[in-house]
Design a protein around this ligand. Structure first.
Ligand SMILES: Cc1ncc(COP(=O)(O)O)c(C=O)c1O
Length: 405
């Protein structure tokens, strides 16, 4: 129930800010682990995890300790100087991902921009593509962020419309179809940029042989295979990276969200020395990218994935969650997609809209949100215990039963 306190705070957001988001009617004020509380102290199970950015749970005690310690020591210097946290972080992230170099940024979209710029430089300087001709192949239904260049190759009209002129140099092919991807390659192709599982499109899992085939095609034509794992990476799918389900290694990897441990925006682009050595002084950068606080948090966030068994928990709890939802045998559920603790439940709009279902879940104490109207995304923090997940499954069951009865 919305009361005056909540109403006033909601009003302030829409009076003093544009409605570029349509939040659910709840005003949160604190959170710990998998739980969040609103201003009236009502408790919710967070199955949204900040669009998968809160994989470690809210206010993870070890990350809180690092945050306090590092912020009281050294937070921000810019990259005009060396710091004692950046090198160790870069070493950690390159070692666990199998890449030679890492270029640190802040938001996901900035890291995608970094991947695009790095790929183009590599194409002109190493592959010798003719000046201004480089092309990057992307997939229908993609979501890579909101900058002017990135929305230029979005296939979602509302993301693009009236934001032109759009940036050229992108070719769109069908997601999950390696034949159409190969057919789009020509002498100017610098890179293929895809999500291993499309998140915002509704947790769309491509055919099993898709990534291995894209890998082969990219190697055959000397094209960089770049994966955007901003949402799917760092344990979310039950492996450290989603590409590991396919036993391949891409040429470039984009990470963000959970890299910041739920505390701050941290992102990066990882690749080989051959690609990244072209990013010389003056070519690219960010005032906040690779700052000491971000580096300390990101290093510890990565280490905790293993230390706390979060990847394994994502796999085990994810399988259990999926099976439990299937066992509901609900007429509302048309399909359940996803891997690990990242599930997209496709609902039958004849029973309920995604928006109404999210609202009903909210009333029942579950934070979740629809994506593309008919898919509800359930992505709790990877620290969730079986007991906590069972609590959530019971609530979801109550909501689904109420709709069909
Ligand atoms: C796959 C993917 N790429 C890029 C982004 C953009 O990240 P950010 O919102 O941090 O710019 C997102 C955000 O949802 C994403 O899911």
């Amino acid at each position: 129930m919305i009361n005056d306190i909540q109403n006033n705070l909601i009003k302030k957001e829409s009076i003093f800010g544009p409605d570029n988001y349509k939040p659910l009617p709840v005003v949160l004020s604190r959170a710990k682990g998998v739980w969040a509380w609103d201003v009236n102290e009502k408790k919710y199970l967070d199955m949204m995890s900040g669009y998968s950015a809160v994989s470690h749970g809210h206010a993870h005690p070890e990350l809180l300790r690092v945050f306090h310690e590092q912020s009281s020591k050294l937070s921000l210097t810019s990259r005009a100087f060396y710091t004692d946290t950046l090198g160790p972080y870069l070493e950690t992230i390159t070692k666990i991902s199998g890449f030679e170099m890492c270029l640190p940024m802040n938001s996901g979209a900035e890291a995608v921009e970094t991947a695009i710029k790095s790929s183009r430089r590599w194409a002109y300087r190493t592959k010798k593509v003719k000046p201004e001709k480089a092309e990057i192949i992307v997939a229908e239904g993609n979501f890579h962020g909101r900058t002017t260049t990135i929305i230029s190759f979005s296939t979602d009209e509302n993301s693009r419309h009236d934001f032109g002129p759009h940036t050229p140099g992108f070719v769109t092919v069908k997601y999950g179809c390696s034949e159409s991807l190969e057919a789009a390659i020509n002498e100017n192709t610098a890179a293929v940029l895809i999500e291993p599982i499309q998140g915002e499109a509704g947790i769309v899992v491509p055919p099993e042989n898709y990534l291995p085939e894209v890998r082969k095609i990219c190697s055959k034509h000397n094209v960089l295979m770049i994966l955007d794992e901003i949402q799917s990476g760092l344990g979310r799918t039950g492996k450290l990276f989603a590409f590991q389900h396919s036993n391949i290694q891409p040429d470039g990897l984009i990470l963000g969200k959970a890299l910041g441990g739920g505390f701050m925006p941290v992102s990066c682009f990882l690749s080989s020395e051959e690609v990244l050595h072209w990013m010389n002084p003056g070519s690219h950068g960010s005032t906040f990218g690779g700052n000491p606080l971000a580096a300390a948090i990101a290093k510890r966030s990565i280490e905790l994935l293993e230390e706390d068994g979060l990847i394994e928990n994502s796999r085990i709890m994810g399988d259990y969650f999926k099976e439990s939802l299937l066992n509901l045998n609900s007429k509302i559920i048309k399909d359940i997609r996803g891997k690990g603790l990242w599930l997209g439940v496709e609902i039958d709009p004849n029973y309920v809209s995604g928006k109404d279902l999210s609202k009903m879940c909210l009333d029942a104490g579950i934070l979740c949100k629809e994506t593309h109207e008919t898919t509800i995304r359930y992505a709790p923090p990877l620290v969730i215990s079986k007991e906590e997940l069972d609590w959530g499954i019971d609530k979801i069951k109550e909501v689904f039963t109420k709709i069909t009865n």
